[in-house]
Write a protein that binds this ligand. Structure first.
Ligand code: NAP
Length: 437
């Protein structure tokens, strides 16, 4: 029998569990730990609330979760409730699937001013992550600056621009919906330090901006490279750039026809240099850039965008765990093909950094299980889940099981608004209380 502990119940964790089941069938026991009492990580608290079809993938994880040889062990923090060394004593392999839940620091003067947030915070807020539910951003200003040209920047800009009606069918949490409804923002500036050809935005997500009820994207045609140069881009990127070209071609007359209340403005070749303000953000100092060998080089031309809200969507990093080698510059665990130390592995964003789609984690999960197979043979007769249960009992840990989660799930569905699939609980104690009923 092989005993595997997976830390993190997001896509990387569940795909690894699925791969372990396929590889060893009845000859494996998998425990999936999560510090929250609810599973699915990024699917629940990262994927945009108005992208329900993407969230549907969790049904696939449910099939894995409900098999006898896989357990969800929620509300257990690895590093504080139990150490990595203890887990290694109990399980043949410990796989860190902890994702990249923290913001990469902006590292600019003024980045700590009020109403300046990283996307992990802001997305966590509107998605009801218990850690960020109390964020309370102030949306009473006119201009928001979103830093970064990736898909998260698009999610944030779109959420800031949607009307109440456009949130129908989404599971955006009530506290965020209320604040967004009172928002006074009428201009969202998306800052890209490089140009349209260098965006990390995928076509479907970019295309959505053209179909918003009261908002309209704006691209300055002078920022677009010669059209012929698009031929050198890979097809997906070319499609994304085509969207930017269509935004640049929206005639002013159309803008006047449609009651546009919010402009979503792309500012390319624009590197943020400082966040300005006294106590809270009042503007962003930006330097115009040009590209040199694909890199953004400052031109010395500096200007200020007056803004009362800044959200930096510049990527995420993994949280270090004591005793686990960490690669600071890349913000992930130091590893060779997923191996960190004997018996200790990482997968998904914790292995490769925050890139790729949810589906990218599936092959990742399968490849780590192949490596584990090479390393652990048939298992070393460790205590596995029975050993963990004994330890949890002595420590008084309030473990939340998958069945418990199903009670939370059901209660969230029951208390949903009329046009929403669920109203999430955002408080850990409340979740545990519901699970214990
Ligand atoms: P990302 O794709 O890596 O984009 C980060 C952006 O931030 C880049 O445009 C980068 O510019 C910019 N940036 C980095 N440091 C900066 C700095 N100091 N100043 C100014 N700009 C800076 O990251 P992400 O948007 O957080 O997305 C993470 C992953 O999740 C991606 O794989 C993404 O596709 C995925 N995701 C997918 C969806 C979806 O499919 N619907 C939704 C959300 C997220 P440079 O290119 O110049 O470095």
């Amino acid at each position: 029998m092989r005993h595997i502990a997976i830390i993190g119940s997001g896509p990387a964790g569940y795909y690894t569990a699925e791969a372990a089941q396929k590889q060893w069938g009845e000859e494996v026991r998998v425990d999936i730990f999560d510090r929250l009492p609810v599973p699915f990580g990024l699917i629940r608290t990262g994927v945009a609330p108005d992208h329900q079809s993407i969230k549907g993938v969790s049904r696939r994880y449910e099939t894995v979760a409900l098999s006898d040889n896989v357990r969800f062990v929620g509300n257990v923090s690895v590093g504080s409730d139990i150490s990595i060394a203890e887990l290694q004593g109990l399980y043949d392999a410990v796989v860190l699937a902890t994702g990249a839940p923290h913001d990469r620091p902006l590292g600019l003067p003024g980045a700590d001013l009020g109403n300046v947030y990283g996307s992990a915070q802001f997305v966590g807020w509107y998605n009801g992550h218990p850690q960020f539910a109390a964020l309370d951003p102030d949306l009473s200003c006119r201009t928001a600056v979103v830093i970064g040209n990736g898909n998260v920047a698009l999610d944030v800009a779109r959420i800031l621009a949607k009307t109440r009606t456009e949130f129908a069918g989404s599971d955006i949490v009530a506290h965020a919906l209320e604040v967004l409804q009172g928002s006074k923002i009428d201009r969202v500036v998306i800052l890209g330090r490089r140009g349209p050809h260098q965006i990390a935005m995928t076509p479907k997500e970019l295309g959505e901006l053209a179909h918003l009820a009261r908002a309209c994207p704006r691209v300055d045609p002078r920022d677009l490279p010669e059209e012929g140069a698009d031929a050198l881009l890979e097809p997906g990127q070319r499609k994304s750039v085509m969207h930017l070209r269509s935004f640049a071609a929206i005639p002013e007359a159309h803008r006047q026809d449609k009651p546009i209340e919010i402009e979503i403005e792309f500012d390319f070749y624009a590197a943020p240099r400082a966040i300005l303000g006294e106590g809270r953000v009042e503007g962003v100092e930006v330097e115009r850039t040009r590209l040199e060998g694909g890199r953004a080089i400052g031109t010395g031309e500096v200007y200020t965008i007056p803004a009362g809200l800044v959200i930096a969507c510049i990527g995420y990093q993994t949280s270090p765990i004591e005793g686990v080698p960490f690669e600071e510059s890349a913000g992930r665990f130091a590893n060779h093909g997923g191996r960190i130390l004997p018996g200790l592995y990482c997968v998904g964003w914790a292995r490769r950094g925050p890139s790729g789609t949810i589906g990218t984690n599936r092959p990742d999960g399968f490849s780590i299980v192949e490596r584990i197979t090479e390393d652990i043979g048939e298992g070393a007769g460790k205590a596995g889940r029975a050993g963990f249960d004994a330890l949890a009992e002595t420590r008084g840990l309030k473990v939340v099981t998958f069945r418990d989660w199903q009670k939370i799930d059901e209660a969230e569905i029951q208390r949903a608004r009329h046009d929403s699939p669920r109203e999430k609980f955002v408080d850990v104690e409340r979740m545990i209380e519901v699970a214990r009923k």
